[in-house]
Design a protein around this ligand. Sequence first.
Ligand SMILES: Cc1ncc(COP(=O)(O)O)c(C=O)c1O
Length: 466
Amino acid sequence: MTSLQLALFQQQKSKALLTQAQQAAFSYIDTISEQRVFPNSSEIEKLGIFDESLPNKTSDPALVMDLLKTIGSPNTVAQTGGRYFGFVNGNALPVTLAAKWLSDIWDQNAALDVMSPIASKLESICETWLQQLFDLPENTVAGFVSGTSIATLSGLAAARFRQLQKLGWDVNQQGLFAAPKIRLVLGKQTHGTVAKAISLLGFGQRSIEWVDCDTQGRMLVEKIPQLDNSCILVLQAGNVNSGAFDNFTEICELAKKARAWVHIDGAFGLWAKATNTFSKQTKGMQLGDSWSVDAHKTLNTPYDCGIVLCKDSEALTNALHQQGSYIQFSEKRDGLLYTPEMSKRARAVELWAAMKYLGRSGISELVEQLHIHANLFASLLAENEFQVLNDVVFNQVILRYKTEQLTQQILTLVQQSGECWCGGSIWQEQRVIRISVCSWATTEQDVRRSVKTFVAARNQVLGKQS
Ligand SMILES: Cc1ncc(COP(=O)(O)O)c(C=O)c1O
C-alpha cells in the first residue's frame, strides 16, 4: 500500500472529514436566515487566499475543509435563506439534501443499470411520475441531465433527428452539410439557452424565424409563419422575466397539422401543471413533442437536476445513441440512452426524494406558495409607488420606479443591502427590477422585510427619511 493510500484509508475510516463537513454545514444552516444575502466586500476580498499555485505536496485535508468553511461559507449567496430572489434559483428541500448526501457517499455512475441498479430504478420511477404529474403522453421518456440548457439541447437533437428523417435524411449517417433545410420557429422572447442549443446542433442562427410576442412575452399566434414538416417550434412554459406561458393549444394544433415538432421550454414553469391553479396557463402543454424542465428550480432539489422529456422515445435515443465494445446494456433502464453524457451522477435520487416526500399535494402547495408570495410582493410594492409591469401569473414580478435611472439606483442599493437580493433585466426595452420567488423557505415575513428594503432604497435614492 502506498503512503497516499494509507492516508486515504485512514481518512475514510475515521470519518473526521465528514464530521468536519457536517459541523460546517450545520453551522451554515443555523445562521443562514441572518447571514447577509450577498457577501460584503471585505469577505469577498478574502477569496484572494485561493490565489496560489498548485501545491507541490499533499497537505492536511482538515485544512482544505477549514478553508471552505472559513472563507467559502461567508462567500456564498444565501439563497437557502428565504430572501434570495435572483435569476430563477431554487433552494434544496431538506429531504433532497439528505438524499443527495447519501448518494454522494454512494458515488454512483447512473449511465447504466449494471453500474447502479438503484439509480436506474429511481430514474424509471421518476420518469413515470413526471409523465403522470405533467399529464404527458403515456409513452413519454425522460433523460436526467444537468439542467434545462442540456435538456433543451437533447429535445432539439431529437427534433432534428425526426424532422430530417421525415424529409428523407438520416442525420446520424449523413450529417448536416447537404441536409434539407430545417426551419426553427422561436418567439422573440425565447430564453437564450435555446439559441445556444441551436448553434451547438449546427443549424446556425440564420435558420431561426423569429415570431413577435405580446406585451407579456407570449408568441403572437397570428404572427407564426406558415408551418410545414421541416419546422421545429420552441414554446415557453414560463417566460424568464414575466413568467408568461405560450398559447400551447392553438400553436400545437397548427404544428400538428403541419407535422412540425414542438419543444416546450418549461425550465421552471412546467411545474405549474402540478396544480389546477394554473390550468389556464398550462392548457395544452401536453400537446408538445418534447419538454425541458429543472427540478432545481421550482421543485427545489439541489442543483444539477434537469430533465428532458420526449414522447418520441425512438427519436431521442437515436439522437443520443452510443455504442461501445465494453458497454453492457441491460433489459432495464440504461440512463445514457436518453442523455448526451455517459457518466453522470445519480441525479434522480434527490428528484425521487422530493416527489416521494411531497407527493402531489405537497408539490402543488409548494408551487402555489411561490405564486402567492410573488403576488404579495407585487401588491406591496405597488402600494409603494413601484410600477408592476407584468401580469403576475406565476412566480415572477417585473418592476420599475418612475425612471430607468431611479430603477437602476434602487436595484443597486437593494443588492448592496445584504437584506435581500434580486436581479435586473431589460423588459420592453427598459431597465427593470426582476423578482423571482423560487424558494420553499420564503415566508410572508421575508416578503414584507424585503419590501421594506425596497422602500428604504427608494427613500435613500429620493433623499427622503425612511
Ligand atoms: C425559461 C428558461 N429556460 C432555460 C433556462 C436555463 O436553465 P439551466 O440554467 O438549468 O440550464 C432558464 C434559467 O433560468 C430559464 O428560465
